[in-house]
Design a protein around this ligand. Structure first.
Ligand SMILES: Cc1ncc(COP(=O)(O)O)c(C=O)c1O
Length: 421
């Protein structure tokens, strides 16, 4: 499942000793395994090989250039949601014809940049957005390719903050409106080609059924559109495949494929997927060092040097991340002490784990926060004026720094004190 394993009671990433990487680059530190990243990309590609889909890695999950480059080298496309992500995808040499662009709030500038770059298509989420794409394409004297993001109103049974395909969510268009837009597009828009449909119902979905239900709804829509003479080229089924953080039993790529392949074949369209978490989630860890142990009458706190600015998932979603000691000592097997593992940030929501059974911890111990390859560094911030962590990529040849640790100068780089103060 991933390449972070113990050897002689020491945690390794592939062939590299994690504690040695910590000594060299300091903590907090993100460490990624290239092999784990590639294995997951290949797993999903292999499972669906009979329909040869375009796999567009969802850049929002992890936008480090080195990781994007690893995937681009394998022929992956990219799913982007901002001008910045488009910039990064192009920077690592992704063929623009493998880039799809979603998001409810694309700006005029971002739309123009994507049209100029010649991306495969926009996943448009509202009528107002279509009107803006039309205007920008007209001004650039180009035709823009567009898929409509449909909100299929399916509950994916995941955390409410990462549910995106219910009618109460801001994403996509309801099926009826989509149909109307397809029927009237040729009359209203002369610079748009409506060429596909897009869904993305949520993230960390562990069961196949919500995907199956959503795709079945889309099959009905595709059929109705065909009957009205509208031909499509693409069906983008989004991302959302769940991974193991704790004791979840998410569908494997093969099980997912088995459930959706017959439905996808029936569309006779080119299929696109946008997995983020499935590809990157288990490829990374956040390495942190215990600064203090603090015992109070009620609790044991292990205060570590990584905070919610480095990894916000526990604070934001109450997400569970397994936390392992980098060096297992004799006490490892006896997990008698319960700790709140907390960061240095001045918020009570700043925690990595609550009431977690651990071997007895001491100051300076190194801990590995597992499953930190997706929505981890990508969501980090400078809150409390903390420089963001460094990132290291390990491959079979060794390890390489792929993002420098920020310094205090980075914190003020964009700030200006007006002269008249
Ligand atoms: C439109 C779209 N596609 C793909 C993804 C990737 O989702 P996941 O990382 O769960 O695969 C997201 C995540 O929010 C998304 O919004």
């Amino acid at each position: 499942m991933h390449e972070f394993r113990y050897r002689n009671n020491e945690l390794y990433c592939e062939g590299a000793r994690v504690s040695e990487i910590a000594e060299k680059f300091g903590t907090p530190l993100y460490i990624y395994s290239r092999k784990t990243l590639l294995d997951h990309y290949r797993k999903i590609k292999r499972a669906l090989r009979s329909i040869n889909p375009l796999i567009c890695f969802s850049v929002k999950a992890n936008s480090n250039l080195a990781l994007l480059k690893v995937l681009a080298n394998q022929g992956a496309g990219m799913d982007v949601v901002s001008g910045g992500e488009l910039y990064k995808a192009l920077k690592v040499g992704v063929n623009p014809k493998k880039i799809v662009y979603a998001g409810v709030g694309k700006s005029e500038k971002e739309i123009a940049a994507a049209i100029r770059a010649g991306i495969l298509f926009f996943n448009a989420e509202s009528f107002a957005e279509l009107a803006l794409i039309e205007r920008v394409a007209g001004r650039l004297k180009k035709k823009a390719n567009v898929s409509l993001r449909v909100n299929p109103d399916i509950d994916p049974h995941t955390h409410k903050f990462i549910t995106t395909g219910k009618m109460t969510n801001k994403f996509g268009l309801d099926i009826k409106t989509c149909e109307e837009i397809f029927l009237r597009c040729g009359i209203i828009f002369s610079h748009l080609s409506l060429i596909g449909l897009h869904i993305h119902i949520g993230s960390q979905i562990t069961d196949r059924l919500p995907f199956v239900k959503a795709i079945k709804k889309m099959l009905v829509l595709i059929k109705r559109l065909r009957q009205r003479g509208i031909s499509l080229k693409y069906f983008n089924i989004g991302g959302g495949l769940g991974i193991v953080y704790r004791d979840e039993r998410p569908q494997s790529a093969e099980e997912f494929a088995q459930a959706v392949l017959p439905l996808l074949r029936a569309t006779k369209l080119k299929i696109i997927l946008e997995p983020g978490r499935f590809i990157a989630g288990n490829s990374g860890i956040l390495l942190t060092r215990v600064v203090y142990i603090k015992k109070t009458p009620n609790k044991n706190f292990a205060i570590v040097d990584a905070g919610m600015n480095d990894l916000i998932r526990p604070s934001l979603y109450n997400a569970y991340h397994e936390i392992l000691p980098v060096v297992r000592n004799a006490q490892y097997a006896i997990r008698t002490t319960h700790y709140d593992i907390v960061g240095p940030i001045c918020e009570s929501a700043d925690f990595l784990a609550k009431n977690r059974p651990m071997p007895a911890l001491r100051a300076k111990d190194l801990l590995a926060v597992m499953g930190a390859g997706a929505y981890a560094f990508a969501m980090s911030s400078n809150y409390n004026s903390r420089p963001r962590a460094a990132e290291v990529l390990v491959n079979k040849k060794g390890r390489a720094l792929v993002r420098k640790r920020e310094c205090y100068r980075d914190l003020i780089r964009q700030e200006i004190i007006p002269r008249n103060l």
